[in-house]
Write a protein that binds this ligand. Structure first.
Ligand SMILES: [Zn+2]
Length: 619
């Protein structure tokens, strides 16, 4: 009986392992214990940090590096110089850092640092702490770092800081010394210029002490709810000491954010599935109405994304008014809150969706910002369209909410400012090139893929990708391999063109000769073609031309199906033709990609007869 049971159990385990095959890629791990005391007169916090660091790599480490992000808010920091020299600076930053007085600047000062109880040598280089270890950390061993530090929170310039434009007193982001990530691609101790992040997962245990009239919102689960009150518990405490300690814990997160303001109002919304959503905002005419409408809308967003893109793995999430614009953190976001409903929902959706792509998948944003911002933008567009359909927000429902991204990318590709997606996030020549590449072209990457492999494989792939690569920091190849497996198609050519080049797609219908449709590839970038023929009686006929290097064709596309499949075409051919079943006299119109999903830079030459385009031009 037992033996039989064990046999079936082991067979069961075997099957589970095959289905959920987790990639074998080691990850460093961290456990932070921090105890910090905040002085609201000096805007400084004094902190003790105990960091258990797990070297799960096969390598011996002789050095480690920490981020000291707040050092960026000092005149002549790399962030300041970069902002003053780039031709299109972020208006929120501009030359503001250079004008900060000493007591308005930010810093993280390391007062003492020990590894396993023994002092280590360290040196501050801008926003990076370089630590030379007296004893190396051997492979698959853990050590404990003890650090005393003082942080000064700068005037709010970007993301973090005090007194933001909407009057939130303290937005504590990037506020503590944070271990840089070391992975299979080496150390990632990049200087902070105000852009992207890359972190290590671990457990955070954070105690924050400050005057008790401040309400704190942040990452994780508050441990002392009854003592705190302020909406965290049903009853308010009978009294509070003049200073109060807030104790938060969070598991398997790669950062910790918090904000504090005496005026915060908290709305607690418990979802049907038990997830607790918390909303913190400063009450007033510009916030009350729309923040009160937010909770049920965000529950619908959670349900939709959980179902379609993977399950949110934490039990709580906090939407916190603070910072500037919107910025994502684990289990929380800082967003500006004096917004109209659609804008408030829009920023909340975008930052929340980062929970999937930045907090749980967490591709290295320095190297692949588009796998976070682009995928997040893509899913956000889908979610917003869904909310419109559900009439939870006003707006026009679109059959395809991603066409705007395709058009924006095409427009920018013609400016001459475009840089390849493979560019390091910090090193794009202009902010515009970075923005379009990361947010727009990253989304277009997914839309092109959906066009190439079809809806069924694509939506399956998005789920399999999340479940396979969660908590593993996937790279572009990891993603495309998933899409290859779900579609059965070879897709490396697509990834290489789209990520590593700025080559563009442009196909032209040269002419119809009898029933022969003659096509020319003008752009360098080859693609499979969806071709729609409209007959004079209104009948639509679909013809599909795969590329031979795909080794197959798409199936299960909701937009383009019931097609006649033509012989695959080689990418080397710039000219080729297909034969239409009907004669030229029966044909009203032929169009390459009538869905307009393919990022073809010149749509006018996609149509035959060409006078139709001329008609458009003269209207
Ligand atoms: Zn974003």
């Amino acid at each position: 009986m037992i033996k039989k049971f064990l046999q079936s159990l082991s067979i069961g385990l075997l099957i589970v392992q095959v289905v959920n095959a987790q990639p074998d890629r080691w990850q460093q791990a961290v456990d932070y214990k921090m105890d910090v005391d905040f002085n609201i007169k000096t805007h400084q916090l004094t902190g003790k940090q105990k960091l258990k660091y797990y070297n799960n790599s096969p390598d011996t480490l002789y050095k480690v590096f920490y981020h000291l992000y707040l050092n960026a808010f000092q005149p002549n920091s790399e962030m300041d110089v970069r902002s003053r020299e780039i031709i299109d600076p972020d208006k929120r930053v501009g030359d503001r850092i250079t004008k900060l007085k000493w007591n308005e600047q930010g810093f993280i000062k390391v007062e003492a640092l020990k590894m396993n109880g023994k002092p280590v040598k360290y040196k501050v280089v801008g926003t990076i702490l370089e630590v030379t270890l007296s004893k190396p950390i051997l492979p698959r061993k853990s050590v404990v770092f003890d650090m005393d530090f003082i942080s000064q929170l700068p005037l709010q310039i970007r993301r973090t800081g005090r007194f933001n434009a909407e009057g939130i007193e303290y937005s504590f982001a990037q506020w503590y010394p944070k271990m840089c990530n070391y992975d299979y691609q080496g150390w990632h101790a990049h200087p902070y210029v105000g852009r992207e992040f890359y972190g290590i997962w671990g457990d955070f245990d954070v105690k924050i002490t400050l005057p008790s009239n401040y309400i704190v919102a942040g990452t994780g689960y508050l441990q002392n709810k009854a003592e705190v009150g302020y909406g965290y518990s049903d009853k308010e405490p009978a009294s509070r000491n003049p200073r109060m300690t807030w104790h938060f814990k969070a598991n398997k997160v790669h950062d910790f954010v918090w904000a504090a303001d005496p005026d915060y109002k908290q709305i607690v919304h418990k979802m049907t599935d038990g997830t607790v959503l918390r909303f913190f905002y400063q009450p007033g005419d510009k916030t009350d109405e729309n923040w009160q409408k937010l909770p049920p809308v965000m529950e619908e967003v959670f349900n939709y994304v959980n179902n379609k893109y993977g399950k949110y793995p934490y039990k709580e999430y906090a939407f916190i008014q603070g910072g500037d614009g919107g910025m994502e953190y684990p289990m929380a976001t800082l967003i500006t809150g004096e917004r109209g409903l659609v804008s408030l929902v829009g920023v909340s959706v975008h930052e929340l969706v980062h929970s999937w792509y930045q907090m749980v998948l967490a591709s290295n944003e320095l190297l692949y910002p588009w796998m976070d911002e682009g995928f997040t933008s893509y899913v956000s567009d889908d979610v917003m369209n869904h909310l419109i359909m559900k009439k939870l927000i006003p707006g026009k429902y679109e059959d395809n909410p991603h066409l705007g991204s395709v058009r924006d990318y095409i427009k920018f590709s013609k400016t001459g400012y475009e840089e390849a997606l493979s560019t390091h996030a910090d090193h794009y020549t202009t902010n515009a090139a970075y923005n379009v590449a990361s947010y727009v072209k990253g989304a277009v990457f997914l839309e092109q893929l959906r066009y190439i492999i079809g809806e069924d494989a694509f939506s399956k792939g998005m789920l399999v990708y999340f479940n396979t690569w969660k908590f593993k920091h996937p790279n572009p190849n990891d993603f495309i391999r998933i899409m290859e497996k779900v579609s059965g198609l070879e897709l490396d050519w697509f990834k290489e063109y789209f990520v590593n080049t700025t080559d563009t797609i442009d196909y032209e219908i040269v002419e119809m000769r009898g029933n022969e449709l003659i096509i020319k590839r003008i752009g360098q970038f080859p693609m499979p073609l969806d071709i729609t023929v409209k007959l004079n009686d209104g009948t639509l006929l679909n013809y599909y031309i795969p590329l031979d290097m795909m080794r197959g064709s798409k199936k299960g596309d909701i937009v383009f199906h019931d097609f006649k499949e033509n012989t695959p075409v080689s990418w080397v051919k710039t000219g080729f033709s297909i034969f239409i079943n009907n004669n030229i006299n029966d044909i009203d119109k032929v169009e390459i990609d009538a869905s307009q999903r393919m990022a073809d830079t010149d749509r006018n030459n996609n149509i035959w007869p060409r006078f139709m385009e001329a008609k458009e031009d003269y209207k």
